[in-house]
Design a binder for this molecule. Structure first.
Ligand code: IDP
Ligand code: MG
Length: 148
């Protein structure tokens, strides 16, 4: 089953959005397979966002991610990478649809509350980086009520 890496960024933690964000993924029917609150080092944040290292906002982005604890999660389910991105909404909250997390809870692109992997391959890389011991091995008992 497909997995994605979701991270509530420091602004989401500070603003008390942890419960609301977890609720949206949980109520959708996805399964939580890893969860931790962690403050990351600069070098770790740089590694996570390595693909963006040439961008002008890279430094500010790294500062933002190390500015407080984040909540790192693995969520599992059919098409969870793409559907997770839909739940999160567009990168720029100004363009994010109402009903998405960024559309409902954010204003500025540099304070957009949440990260979600953009492809299955990047999800695998990010999960390996953030959860070196891998996901928690458990099966939800509601599985047959969510999947036909
Ligand atoms: P994503 O988070 O929607 O996948 P990416 O393009 O991968 O968007 O960018 C990663 C993060 O970098 C964004 O979520 C946002 O926090 C930040 N970011 C992206 N573009 C800008 C920008 O133009 N200014 C400031 N921060 C940006
Ligand atoms: Mg991205």
């Amino acid at each position: 089953m497909e997995q994605t890496f979701i991270m509530i960024k420091p602004d989401g933690v500070q603003r008390g959005l942890i419960g609301e964000i977890i609720c949206r993924f949980e109520k959708k029917g996805f399964t939580l397979k890893g969860l931790k609150m962690i403050s990351v080092e600069r070098s770790f944040a740089e590694k996570h966002y390595a693909d963006l290292s040439s961008k002008p906002f890279f430094n500010g982005l790294v500062e933002y991610i190390v500015s407080g604890p984040v909540v790192a999660m693995i969520w599992e389910g059919k098409n969870v990478v793409l559907t997770g991105r839909k739940i999160i909404g567009a990168t720029n909250p100004a363009a994010a649809e109402s009903g998405t997390i960024r559309g409902d809870y954010a204003i500025d692109i540099g304070r957009n509350v949440i990260h979600g992997s953009d492809a299955v391959e990047s999800a695998q890389k990010e999960i390996a980086l953030w959860f070196p011991d891998g996901p928690v091995n458990w099966q939800s008992s509601v599985h047959p009520w969510i999947y036909e």
